[in-house]
Write a protein that binds this ligand. Structure first.
Ligand SMILES: Nc1ncnc2c1ncn2[C@@H]1O[C@H](COP(=O)(O)OP(=O)(O)OP(=O)(O)O)[C@@H](O)[C@H]1O
Ligand SMILES: [Mg+2]
Length: 475
């Protein structure tokens, strides 16, 4: 059985490959999603709906939005175990408590997604956790790329030779991503992505809860946030008043409290309107077949309204399944019969800090720039000048005046012995970095970027083949 699984900040959604159709899987009570929740009490753990059921029980501790923790986590971190256990719960629900029609022994081939600007760390944790949970992992896509397939499947006729770009606007519970995709025949090529890793419906809840607390002279509490979220989700374009407990707010005040967040998403879209093959000029909006609005938080009326105001009503399309379009797109991707092809790109810059001017200054070199087509391999050779190479690899969303910025993630520091007499030493950190007296050995660095967006670095002395390959080191 083949499935697309979208582990989201607030919901996890699953879609099936079923003879050219991609239905969303229903669980108990007909729910089309599993809440991404974990509850703990001592050593006990509950997941999904069972965790939601004890949300108000003071004996239980509820962990919400734990996907947000992955962004900065290391593969060895505790949150990777939590994710693996949560995904094992998802698997169990699919097998025993859903309408997917699986038998317990059936293999589950899965395509899964990560936020476009996820770091190598987040990607590795995610891959690892799905495998540990018993899924046969076939593909890892960026969330907006997956939504792009759903667009291609549903609105193919809007894409023409003169309008071949689609901009996916994905506002979920915890992340905002925008990706520009070029569609030609059945091939989808991701051109560039940009986004904000901590911006989503959760932040609307925070902003509204603050407003309610100030007006009602109360405190922001988990219970208030929950109430605000429920009320927010029941707003329709005709709603005039927002009522929580005894506090009544004009709806425009609620929208005003969130206006800054909505504007942030518009600002973050601009960098995505670029196709490097056309030079520095932005892609003209007239060449856009559509802006595809997906993600649950895009149902918040000011979001859609603001997008239509800015880009024109005819071009802004909402997915009929805003919360499920990513899972559906993943299922389409897995369906060989559908015949779609995808070209992904590296969504972040990968680079290294190094000492320059004999240790006087630290400079940053980009090794693999953002938007490089995947998979790719980059290498460089030089003669070592020092006894020990000190590499501090960094990933980031953008470069500002030579400095890495934007959702920066650092790998563990890597020390490499250029001086052969140091190879047996375990504690290179204790060695003083010195210039070599004679010309050092010739060294080659190779950086491999896999189709799933992870990066691996190999350092090798060419004279005798001594080599070390590093992924994110495990702590
Ligand atoms: N009708 C609605 N009106 C406003 N907001 C809504 C509505 N329905 C859902 N939301 C909000 O959408 C968010 C969840 O969206 P979605 O399910 O797409 O996110 P996710 O996939 O879990 O998160 P992410 O993709 O960021 O990891 C929540 O903040 C929720 O409150
Ligand atoms: Mg999502």
């Amino acid at each position: 059985m083949r499935l697309g699984i979208d582990f989201g900040t607030t919901h996890t959604v699953v879609a099936l490959v079923d003879r050219g159709n991609y239905p969303i899987v229903s669980f108990e009570h007909g729910d089309q999603a599993i809440p991404s929740l974990i509850a703990t009490r001592g050593n006990e753990m509950r997941f999904g709906l069972a965790a939601q059921a004890v949300a108000h029980d003071p004996d239980w501790r509820l962990l919400r939005s734990f996907k947000r923790l992955l962004n900065e986590a290391h593969p060895g971190a505790q949150v990777s175990d939590l994710l693996a256990r949560f995904l094992a719960h998802v698997r169990e629900q699919i097998v025993h408590h859903s309408n997917a029609g699986l038998r317990p022994k059936d293999r589950i081939e899965a395509a899964v997604s990560v936020p476009a600007n996820a770091s190598t760390g987040q990607r590795l944790i995610t891959i690892d956790a799905y495998r540990r949970a018993g899924f046969d992992l076939k593909a890892v896509l960026n969330e907006p790329s997956a939504a792009g397939f759903e667009y291609a499947h549903r609105f193919r006729e809007t894409v023409t030779a003169k309008r071949e770009y689609v901009l996916v606007y994905d506002l979920g519970g915890g992340t905002f991503d925008a990706s520009l995709i070029r569609m030609e025949g059945k091939s989808n090529e991701v051109i560039t992505s940009s986004g904000v890793s901590r911006l989503g419906g959760d932040d609307f809840d925070d902003a509204i809860a603050w407003l309610v607390a100030v007006r009602g002279k109360a405190e922001v509490s988990p219970a208030l946030l929950e109430e605000v979220r429920l009320q927010k989700e029941s707003i329709s374009p005709n709603t005039r008043k927002f009522v929580v407990d005894s506090v009544v707010l004009p709806i425009d005040d609620v929208y005003a409290a969130c206006a800054g967040l909505v504007e942030q998403t518009l600002t973050a879209m601009d960098p995505a309107m670029r196709d490097p093959r056309r030079g520095d000029d932005p892609v003209p909006w007239s060449e856009l077949a559509g802006i595809y609005v997906v993600g649950g938080a895009s149902a918040f009326p000011p979001v859609y309204r603001r997008l239509r105001e800015r880009f024109g009503a005819h071009r802004v399309r909402r997915s009929p399944h805003p919360f499920g379009s990513c899972a559906i797109g993943l299922a389409i991707h897995l369906d060989e019969g559908a015949g779609y092809k995808l070209t992904e790109r590296l969504t972040r810059n990968f680079g290294v800090f190094r000492e320059a001017e004999a240790g006087e200054r630290i400079s940053f070199d980009i090794l693999v720039p953002k938007d490089t087509e995947l998979p790719t391999q980059v290498s460089r050779r030089y003669r070592a000048a020092h006894n020990v190479g000190h590499f501090r690899f960094v990933e980031c969303g953008r470069i500002d005046q030579g400095r890495p910025e934007g959702n920066l993630a650092a790998w563990d520091e890597v020390l490499f012995p250029f001086d052969p007499t140091l190879r047996e030493r375990g504690d290179l950190a204790g060695v003083t970095v010195q210039r070599l007296a004679r010309e050092g050995p010739e060294v080659e660095e190779i950086y491999r970027c896999a189709p799933d967006g992870t990066v691996e670095a190999s350092l090798r002395v060419l004279d005798d083949g001594f080599e070390r390959t590093v992924r994110l080191a495990r702590r």
